[in-house]
Write a protein that binds this ligand. Structure first.
Ligand SMILES: [Zn+2]
Length: 249
């Protein structure tokens, strides 16, 4: 039975469609391609997909305008730090997940998809190893799982890296952001409340609730209670960098 894409309205058959958790379908050909491959479509509803698509569109603009000039800069404090497909702009207080595309008619790389995060919103990350057998040989892949607070759209993803310890060392040394909730002391109840508040804020933002911003602020206070340290300075830098992109929304 043919379905209609809930975003663009295209007629789609079962092979061309992605079913969402709220029963909506979107087309794989156009609307799913607007998002990142890490996005969890199976567990997302339509508002979440729309929030993610907006996030990627805005993220790509920010990445091209703010991150790209920092890729090869000679100014050491501005130079991007890269782990896998994650790029950290230390002077901006921003972190991005971004993928290049190679197109023969554009010189060099073109970056159509990026998600940009405030580095200070990184409240959980962890290194995971996965071993699989490829052609009779064991192969171990290393992934870093990231989770950001105050983020509508895709707020968690994992990214393949060559050296997980380097990621941990960098975020810890540069920003004082330590790996995983389990390192943050014994107050499990606080941690669970913080995680719930963050999830609530994300949901509110997705549903377009008027108080989403207030809820997000509350979530970050809750996170602070769970000893995430003071992120005020990093996030102030991030907000200043993002301000031109947030006007007129
Ligand atoms: Zn569509």
């Amino acid at each position: 039975m043919a379905q209609k894409c809930a975003i663009c309205g295209a007629e789609i058959n079962v092979f061309q469609s992605q079913k969402l958790t709220d029963g909506n379908y979107i087309c794989r050909k156009t609307c799913k391609k607007l998002g990142m491959k890490e996005f969890d479509y199976v567990h997302a509803d339509l508002p979440a997909v729309l929030a993610h698509n907006a996030q990627v569109k805005e993220g790509a603009k920010i990445f091209n305008e703010l991150f790209l000039p920092r890729m090869d800069t000679k100014e050491k404090d501005k130079k991007l730090v890269q782990f896998g497909h994650v790029y950290v702009a230390p002077d901006l207080g921003l972190t991005a997940l971004a993928y290049p595309e190679y197109k023969f008619f554009i010189f060099g790389k073109h970056w159509p998809r990026a998600c940009v995060y405030r580095t200070g919103d990184l409240f959980r990350y962890d290194v995971k190893k996965e071993t699989k057998v490829v052609d009779g040989k064991e192969q171990t892949d290393i992934f870093v799982e990231y989770e950001f607070a105050n983020t509508p759209g895709m707020f968690t993803f994992r990214d393949k890296v060559t050296n997980g310890d380097a990621v941990v060392k960098y975020f810890d040394k540069t920003f004082g952001i330590q790996k995983t909730l389990s390192n943050m002391g014994n107050n499990l109840a606080n941690q669970i409340n913080a995680a719930k508040a963050a999830a609530g804020a994300v949901k509110a933002a997705m549903n377009g609730e008027a108080d989403a911003q207030g809820k997000a602020a509350g979530a970050f206070d809750a996170l602070n209670v769970a000893q995430y340290g003071d992120r005020t300075e990093i996030n102030a830098r991030a907000d200043a960098a993002l301000a031109p992109y947030k006007t007129g929304e």
